[in-house]
Structures are given as C-alpha cells and as structure tokens.
Design a protein around this ligand. Structure first.
Ligand SMILES: NC(=O)c1ccc[n+]([C@@H]2O[C@H](COP(=O)([O-])OP(=O)(O)OC[C@H]3O[C@@H](n4cnc5c(N)ncnc54)[C@H](OP(=O)(O)O)[C@@H]3O)[C@@H](O)[C@H]2O)c1
Length: 321
C-alpha cells in the first residue's frame, strides 16, 4: 500500500528521513480491526518522530501519523482514537504506563490502511466530513482535555493560549471561546494574530507582551520560548496546563512564583476514548469545525511537512486518500 514513513531518524533535517512509497499492509492481531483511511491529519508529533524524539531506531521504518477517519471493515464511517493502551488496562487510557500513540510502536495513519484495537474506533457522525473528523483525535482532543479535564475551565474565565496558529492552539481558541471563556492569544505574526481573532479569540498579543490583567488559565504547548511569560501571566491560584515543548524543554522554572502565588502547573497528554466521543458530539451539537489550513493528496504529503516545519500553518494540514 502507499504510505508515508519515517525511514530513519534525522535530528537536524527531519525531512531527509521522510519516505513516500510502497509499504507492507498492517497485519492486525486478534481483537484489532483495519480501517481504510479516507483522511489523515499532520501533527507536530510526526516531525518529532522524524527527528528521532520518542522513537528508537529499531522501530524504523514506521508509518507516520496519529489521526485518521475512514471506513471500518463493515463500511461504517469511523474516527480512530490514537492512544493504544495495553489489553489488560482499564480506565483512563492516557494513564497506562505502557500506552503508545499510533506511529510510536504500531504503524500510523498516513497510509491507505491502519489497524487499531476495536475499542479504538469511534463512530463518525455524518455532519463531519472525513477531513474535519481527521483533525480531532490528536490536536483537538489534546486541547479539549487540557481545557476541560485538566484546567477545569468554566465560563467567564480568562484563558491565555500561547501560539496562535498551531493545531492545538487553534483548537484551544475555538473550544475555550465556545465554552464561554474570554480568550487571549499570543502569535508570532500579525497575520496569525488576525486569524486567531477570526477563530474567536478576544484579543491577540505579540509573544511576551504585557497583558491587560492576569489570567485564570494558560494553555502552553510552545515550551521554553513562552514559559516565563506563561507563569508571569497567571493570577494567584491560576493554572498552567502544558502538553508540549516545541521550542525546548529547559526554561527557567520560575519556582518562586509557582509557590508564592500558589500556581498549579499541570501536565496533559492526548485524551481518552470517552473524551474523543464527547468532543465529536460537541462539534456536531454546537456546529464547531476544525480550522483546516489546507488539504493535500497523501501523495503530496512532503509539501505539508515542509509547511509545518517552516511554521507556516494556520490550523491543521489534512491529507486525503
Ligand atoms: N502531549 C500531547 O498529547 C500532545 C498532543 C498534541 C501536540 N503536542 C505537542 O504540542 C506542540 C504543538 O503541536 P501542534 O501539532 O499544535 O504543532 P503546530 O501545529 O506545528 O503548532 C506549533 C505552535 O507552536 C508555536 N511556536 C512555534 N515556535 C514558536 C516560537 N519560537 N515562539 C512562539 N511560538 C512558537 C506556533 O505559534 P505561532 O502561531 O505563533 O506560529 C504554533 O502555535 C508540539 O510540540 C507537539 O508535540 C503534544
């Protein structure tokens, strides 16, 4: 089958490790099912894999991709939940120490077919296109869990989203706004800040800008470049939720502020199958649709990877088959 794979690791030039071409079809174990992929979306995770972060060389080559929507073996329209927990695990799948995401241990979604445990299949409602549904399982699910499960955001709070245009950031803007928050964002360019306002942000600032007042919640995926600003932007008792460190993992910890202002710093990763089902329902009931930057044929995936690597994305890049 046609697939997009990480052929090797290439820390400094990730696209040098990208391979498009023929790859063996997945061979599902008992209890797994195979989905014919109709649409899959790109995540920063795919760039990390090409750089060799979160994967060991003995697992390569591996099919990239965490997100997919397609048809199951009975022809039902489905969305794939990407968190693969151990067969014996019960409860929140993201807390299973042996869990992995598609493309870490098992072949990913940037291919004609992907196999997953049957419990990882969620029904795709007809209101969502395959392209829209394929944006939900990673970036959107992560933003959903960060906001509602981890930060316990409630209407009327002020939420700062660091980074205006990324997959998780755009999802956070739309979801927080839909849930009644006052949403402030930082973005690196005027264009991205404008896009954020169109998505529902109330105000957009340059990175590091002094805000009109301190906020209740910060959504942090950028890491080192924005960490100090995130901590300094929180009101006493505020909550920072972090799910990514795109720009680096060694910022000043700002410990004095953390204890003196009694801040909560909370980690978050992906989301449960149940959270994905709720997110899908929320999108249908409240007419919410993911911001799609562009849709490309899977055969043109390299162009999408280049765009993400250059930081030129507003929302999600989707590949169709
Ligand atoms: N833990 C999890 O489960 C989980 C799930 C999803 C993602 N993540 C992580 O979260 C991060 C974002 O993922 P994504 O898929 O949303 O990536 P993406 O679409 O490539 O977005 C990158 C984001 O980072 C911002 N950014 C990049 N460099 C920056 C800099 N130097 N200064 C300020 N902002 C900068 C961008 O802001 P601008 O808008 O200003 O360009 C943009 O919002 C990645 O590190 C990813 O691995 C983790």
């Amino acid at each position: 089958m046609f697939a997009v794979t990480a052929a090797r690791v290439s820390p400094d030039a990730p696209l040098a490790a990208l391979h498009l071409g023929d790859h063996p079809e997945p061979s599902p174990p008992d209890g797994w099912t195979t989905v014919a992929v109709r649409a899959a979306s790109l995540n920063h995770h795919d760039l990390w894999t090409l750089r060799g972060v979160g994967i060991s060389a003995d697992r390569l080559p591996i099919v990239l991709g965490c997100d997919a929507a397609g048809l199951d073996e009975d022809g039902n329209e489905v969305v794939v939940h990407s968190v693969i927990s151990d067969d014996s695990w019960r409860g929140d799948e993201t807390l299973d120490p042996r869990r992995s995401l598609l493309s870490e241990r098992h072949p990913g979604t940037l291919a004609e077919k992907v196999s997953v445990p049957r419990r990882n299949i969620v029904r795709k409602p007809p209101e969502l296109s395959f392209e829209e549904a394929a944006c939900l399982p990673t970036a959107w699910l992560t933003a959903y869990r960060m906001l509602f499960t981890r930060a316990r955001m409630v209407p009327g709070m002020t939420v700062l989203v660091q980074g205006a245009a990324g997959g998780v950031a755009t999802a956070a803007i739309v979801l927080a706004s839909a849930a009644g928050a006052r949403v402030w964002v930082t973005g690196r360019s005027e264009d991205k800040r404008e896009q954020a306002l169109k998505l529902g942000a109330d105000q957009a600032f340059e990175p590091g800008a002094r805000l009109p007042e301190r906020v209740d919640v910060v959504m942090e995926t950028v890491g080192q470049a924005t960490w100090s600003h995130s901590i300094k932007s929180l009101k006493p008792g505020g909550t920072l939720v972090v799910s990514g460190a795109t720009t680096g993992d060694a910022p000043a910890a700002e410990l004095t502020r953390v204890f003196f202002l009694q801040l909560s710093v909370i980690g978050s990763t992906m989301g449960t199958r149940e959270e994905l089902e709720r997110l899908v329902r929320l999108c249908v009931e409240k007419d919410i649709r993911p911001q799609i930057d562009r849709t490309l044929a899977l055969a043109d995936a390299r162009q999408g990877f280049e765009t993400m690597l250059n930081g030129e994305v507003v929302g999600k890049i989707v590949f169709t088959i």
